[in-house]
Design a protein around this ligand. Structure first.
Ligand code: FAD
Length: 400
């Protein structure tokens, strides 16, 4: 693996930096700085998506003919790194990273024409209706039932942990269309409107007091059959295809490096009875251990990029980076709390809302620490829990 950066890629990095410098508005910058989750405040995130879409950069990972950029793997990685470095608000992934690529791979031409431009522009805001009470890791045991009636399906059941369902106008969902045979064989993939009669959305408030997830109830909801992706009872194939996009391609190291640098600066300012915290050997040991782990993760992520650039499948490396990345995110947010001490426990969620201009108690750099720490407890669960990822590595790598 050659780690030197070629000249044309340096020029590309400069082009991205100039674009970010010129197009990030103060509101969008503030929303990016205040992020305490994988999701940013919706208004600013969508405004940022519109700017990127006007530039043609909303979905660099899509094929060019569908609105992607045609960039190389390295260019996409540089772009992602620069977004993190500039602390832009992350874009909502359900349309751009899950439903879009899935429709490109499994949708009909009609579905691609109808949905893809609206995913890019943000007109369609998607949520993911997979999990149910009793069907998370064991997704194939889902029970929401779709019964055929003329040209429609009639849906009954419930979905849970549906992130941002209360903002979404569209859902891609897995539903059961056959109760016989192997559970995986009776599942169908459907696209539906969130304002259909019979849909009720109940937000769930998280540890950080933010209602990011919801429970969604379906009571005789009528969905046209033309909204099916793939064949009836073959939704498991479509869902597995989509999951490769949900889990793969995510980089943790650039964001972790930015957070570590911030913690390093905070520790210079934090005073203990013996001087600044960054001189404390116990703190120094913890910080150095995390830095080394993040460096190791960075190299693993480079191996993935290298495999992808060579047209190879990175295989179990994606599961490995998900485990390492989420565990390190949890440890880094924990060290930030330790570094800030009692400053991190001042609970002022209103001051995190962009444009609220609430006076901040304590240093502004402490504002996001506790909500981010609390929110990141879930990162080792969603998108497939780390225990399940370990099971996949055991099968794929160790042959167990
Ligand atoms: C913040 C958040 C956002 C989410 N957003 C969405 C969303 O937008 N859309 C959506 O559809 N879902 C979403 N989910 C649901 C998520 O995908 C599930 O929570 C996840 O798949 C785990 O399922 P579960 O919660 O049913 O836990 P369970 O599957 O009941 O697991 C409970 C425990 O048992 C362990 N376990 C289960 N099976 C095994 C096994 N085979 N081997 C070893 N250990 C095992 C798990 O790792 C876990 O520790 C979200 C969840 C969270 C927390």
């Amino acid at each position: 693996m050659d780690l030197r950066v070629p000249e044309q890629e340096k020029a590309f990095r400069d082009e991205v930096r100039t674009f970010l410098e010129e197009s990030l508005t103060p509101d969008i910058r503030e929303a990016g700085r205040m992020v305490t989750s994988v999701f940013a405040p919706v208004k600013e995130a969508m405004a940022w998506q519109r700017i990127l879409n006007d530039k043609g950069w909303a979905a660099p990972h899509w094929p060019k003919e569908f609105g992607g950029t045609g960039w190389s793997v390295t260019q996409r990685a540089i772009f992602a790194e620069e977004l993190v470095r500039a602390e832009t608000p992350p874009l909502v992934p359900m349309g751009l990273h899950m439903c879009g690529p899935c429709l490109i791979g499994c949708g009909t031409e009609e579905q691609q024409k109808e949905y893809l431009p609206k995913i890019l522009s943000g007109e369609h805001f998607w949520c993911q209706g997979y999990s149910e009470p009793g069907a998370g890791s064991d997704l194939a045991s889902l029970k929401t039932f779709a019964e055929k009636d003329g040209d429609d399906y009639i849906l009954n059941g419930t979905k849970i942990w549906t992130t941002y369902a209360h903002y979404a106008n569209k859902m891609f969902a897995l539903v059961r269309t056959n109760r016989d045979g192997k559970p995986q064989q009776g599942i169908t993939f459907l696209l539906l409107d969130m304002d259909l009669p019979g849909i009720t959305i109940e937000p769930i408030v998280g540890l950080d007091e933010v209602p990011e997830q919801c429970q969604v109830f379906f009571d005789n909801v009528r969905v046209p059959q033309k909204n099916r992706v793939g064949e009836e009872n073959d939704g498991w194939t479509v869902a597995k295809y989509l999951l490769t996009f949900e889990r793969g391609g995510q980089e943790y190291a650039p964001g972790l490096n930015v957070m570590l640098e911030k913690i390093r600066l905070m520790a210079e300012k934090q005073q203990t009875a013996f001087g600044p915290l960054n001189q404390d050997p116990v703190w120094q040991y913890k910080f150095a251990a995390l830095e080394a782990d993040v460096l190791a993760l960075e190299f693993t992520e480079m191996r993935i990029k290298s495999a992808l650039s060579a047209g190879k499948d990175p295989g179990a490396l994606s599961s490995m980076t998900m485990i390492l990345g989420t565990e390190l995110l949890q440890k880094v947010t924990e060290l930030r709390i330790e570094t800030l001490g009692s400053q991190s426990v001042i609970w002022q969620p209103q001051a995190l809302v962009p444009g609220e201009e609430q006076p901040v108690i304590g240093p502004e750099y402490a504002l996001t620490a506790m909500p981010h720490y609390l929110n990141s407890r879930a990162c080792s669960i969603y998108g497939g829990s780390n225990e399940v990822q370990r099971g996949m590595i055991a099968k794929a790598v160790l042959g167990l």
